[in-house]
Ligand binder design. Structure first.
Ligand code: HEM
Length: 481
């Protein structure tokens, strides 16, 4: 019996390997041979949460179009974002986006029509009218952050921690109208630790997501799986609390609950609840961790290149820090944020799509339909065909030195097209407010005992970017009122 089963499995796997290597439509694409045979190659290579480095290495070794899986191509071309999500594309999100099943939301959904329907609710939740309501609350939260930093009395501050507290508190306010109180208490909510651990666990299996789904379904007792489920439960409890509250204050849940009421009538309570819960989880996970990474990296670049503090300060002197539209027009401020997003993109890799039936052309090379494709942002943002001095931090390239950007299409930290980040304006608002308010109050520098290579050396790719530790001294300014 075992003999028969053994020879059945041997011939099954042998035929799969032969097909993948010799007969598959992607057989002529360059790439590691093991990657063509199995996705376990990728799981193994990204086991230390450094998939962005794996991608950079294979781009250098194999060129612009690389076979990174049996049925997968990674595109390292300045036009990569457009090819995946640009106008008139027929691509769908890949199975990764079923990760929250049965919960659904704008981000955790694959069907194009369903996605567009869900996106309309979010468009109201983050519209400029709604954002105007959130802005004063975010402004006041940044003031709390500023007081929190002042309380360190010029002693070293672990920037990773305070920016985690802030970004999580900010999403609590914007999503549920709730203060999680992390800045006030200077302590981390246990759920944030669990969220971090859960995303860390996802890193190596991101490219073989069936492993994660298998664990969710059949191994819920594992620590890391429990972390993921607890994170989801936390978000569900917050939105259920918000559903029962009688508050009139506008937050994103105002729109999610309106949608829930409509859907309960039209498509039943179960369907409406899956969407409501999916929205709550999407907002917390997509909204807090991404902005956190940017808020950490901007202080890293400010400490490393202090000349930008002076430049930003003179620009900020022309605008009141509560004037959000004034801040959005400051050239150097926005260029500074762009450059940080270019070198440390919060979504570093991932965002895989399944090609529509017509496939696509990349220059003069044809990628057939039905293939999984990715365009890893970390690598695209550093392409020497798109940026002069690609590894250097030069904010001026975004306004006064356009000659340093040869192909703007390669820059896409928020994605492009109908699936691009819908929270972009909220995240930029948070980042601008934090920079404006803190820079006017503090001069920042690295803690003298801090090794400035740490942040990039220990940067990890765990669905979102996790910068290495950053320790800074924030000294009160005497020169700015
Ligand atoms: C620096 C901060 C941020 C970056 C770099 C970023 C980046 C991205 C990217 C690349 C996508 C496309 C993901 C994909 O298709 O797999 C995305 C989607 C999304 N983001 Fe963000 N994001 C940020 C902040 C936020 C914030 C603050 C929110 C919530 C308020 C948010 C909510 C979303 C949602 C709901 C989607 C799904 C959009 C759709 O499918 O139509 N993001 N984001």
């Amino acid at each position: 019996m075992f003999k028969w089963f053994g020879s059945y499995l041997t011939s099954l796997f042998a035929s799969m390997i032969i097909y993948r290597l010799c007969f598959h439509p992607l057989k002529n694409f360059p790439g590691p041979k093991l990657a063509a045979v199995t996705k376990f190659w990728h799981v193994y290579r990204s086991r230390n949460s450094t998939n962005y480095l794996v991608m950079e290495e294979i781009h250098k070794q194999y060129g612009n179009l690389v076979r990174t899986g049996p049925n997968e191509i990674s595109i390292f071309h300045p036009n990569g974002h457009e090819l995946l999500d640009g106008a008139n594309n027929e691509n769908n999100r890949d199975v990764w986006y079923d990760i929250l099943h049965p919960r659904k939301s704008i981000i955790f959904i694959r069907n194009v029509e369903d996605h567009d329907e869900r996106r309309s609710t979010w468009s109201y939740a983050v519209s400029s009218k709604a954002t105007k309501e959130y802005a004063p609350r975010l402004h006041s939260l940044v003031k709390d952050l500023s007081d929190c930093i002042a309380s360190y009395n010029s002693h070293p501050v672990k920037v990773n921690d305070i920016m985690s507290w802030f970004s999580f508190d900010a999403m609590g306010h914007v999503t549920f109208g709730e203060d999680f109180g992390m800045i006030q208490s200077k302590t981390i909510q246990p759920v944030l630790i669990k969220q971090r651990r859960a995303l860390g666990m996802m890193a190596p299996v991101n490219d073989a997501i069936w492993l994660a789904r298998f664990a969710f379904q059949y191994l819920p007792f594992l620590h890391t799986v429990r972390d993921w489920l607890d994170t989801a439960i936390f978000c569900e409890e917050r939105i259920q609390l918000r559903l029962r509250s009688k508050t009139k204050t506008m937050d994103m849940s105002t729109f999610f609950i309106r949608e829930f009421d409509d859907l309960s009538q039209q498509r039943g309570l179960k369907f409406a609840t899956d969407i409501l819960h999916g929205n709550a989880i999407s907002a917390m996970v997509a909204g807090s961790d991404t902005t956190r990474a940017t808020l950490i990296s901007v202080w890293y670049f400010l400490s490393k290149y202090p000349e930008h503090q002076h430049k930003l300060l003179s620009e900020l002197a022309t605008v009141n820090d509560g004037d959000v539209s004034g801040l959005s027009r400051l050239l150097h401020l926005n260029a500074f944020i762009n450059e940080a997003l270019r070198l440390v993109p919060p979504a570093m890799t991932g965002e895989s799509r399944i090609m529509g039936p017509k496939g696509l052309w990349v220059d003069d090379i044809w990628v057939p339909g039905g293939v999984k494709v990715t365009a890893p942002k970390y690598v695209l943002h550093r392409l020497s065909s798109a940026f002069k001095y690609p590894d250097d931090f030069i904010p001026e390239r975004w306004y006064s030195r356009p000659d340093l950007v040869m192909d703007k299409r390669a820059f896409g930290p928020f994605g492009v097209g109908a699936r691009q980040c819908i929270g972009k304006s909220i995240s930029l608002l948070e980042t601008r407010l934090v920079l404006a308010i803190l820079l006017k109050r503090f001069r920042v520098r690295f803690d003298p005992s801090y090794d400035p290579t740490t942040l990039l050396r220990d940067l990890q790719d765990e669905v979102t970017a996790q910068p290495g530790e950053l320790w800074c001294i924030f000294e009160p300014r005497k020169d700015v009122s």
